[in-house]
Design a protein around this ligand. Structure first.
Ligand SMILES: Cc1ncc(COP(=O)(O)O)c(C=O)c1O
Length: 244
């Protein structure tokens, strides 16, 4: 809904209607586990750069999807490179709107990382601070303090990021939203990604530097908690779940 607002899109459906349509779509497809990707787009109407008069269509595709970076990545962590592509900037393409156009930037970083033999990219913003992965938010642990770049650093404010932040409060882990630099990635005790597709995924290496001692105690704890919460095994968080 926020993305639509940023792009002046009148969806024509209430939040309740969209949520109900998501639930119906999962139910109709009889899937016990899937990735759901509601998408609004200007379909038909005049060609040109002014979509204001074009009708908005909404589609709700879904598909079965295993762990985004692979099963092994969840336990062993992933190898990353800092991308030579800077993250898009809110002065040009607002990163807080989940707009398809943003993913051209993500794809450039992802392709660069994969072609260079890494699992994933980490993108810096226009002033050289760490922003996020191509489709994941990033967290850092240093001396027992958990941190993640603020919304203003040019990131998508992911719902899994919010989830991890809530867990850190509940676990009484000291947490800050603060910018960090490329070299602070290397000197982290732990790094991990968060996202609906990726879950909570440790990062084991950045630009050929091993991260921490390879144990990831905080990331693993949050990963377990996330897995239990989304499967309804933690009573405290069942209020986040929607029964289908
Ligand atoms: C660029 C980007 N950052 C972060 C995320 C994580 O967001 P969420 O936790 O809402 O899935 C995504 C998810 O698609 C993303 O595309």
């Amino acid at each position: 809904m926020n993305s639509a607002k940023i792009y002046r899109m009148n969806l024509g459906y209430s939040k309740r209607e969209l949520v109900d349509a998501c639930i119906d779509t999962v139910r109709a497809n009889r899937l016990t586990s899937c990735y759901l990707r509601p998408i609004a787009f200007t379909a038909y109407g005049p060609m040109g750069l002014n979509p204001l008069k074009n009708k908005i269509s909404v589609a709700i595709p879904l598909w079965e999807w295993g762990p985004y970076l692979g099963e092994e990545a969840l336990s062993k962590g992933v190898r990353c490179m800092v991308s030579s592509w800077a993250r898009i900037d809110s002065r040009s393409l607002p990163p807080q709107a989940k707009c398809s156009a943003n993913y051209a930037n993500s794809a450039l970083a992802k392709m660069e990382a994969i072609s260079a033999g890494y699992d994933e990219a980490i993108m810096l913003n226009g002033i050289g601070m760490v922003a996020e992965g191509p489709g994941e938010n990033i967290f850092r642990v240093k001396d027992g303090i958990l941190s993640t770049p603020p919304a203003s650093s040019g990131i998508l404010r992911g719902i899994t990021r919010d989830t991890v932040i809530q867990f850190s409060r509940d676990l009484k882990i000291t947490f800050y939203r603060n910018d960090f630099t490329r070299e602070e990635l290397f000197t982290s005790d732990e790094l991990f990604f968060s996202g609906t597709a990726v879950g909570v995924n440790p990062i084991r290496e950045v630009d050929g530097r091993k991260i921490g001692d390879g144990g990831y105690p905080v990331a693993k704890k949050l990963q377990r908690m996330y897995d239990q919460a989304i499967h309804g095994r933690l009573k405290r968080y069942t209020k986040w779940l929607t029964k289908v």
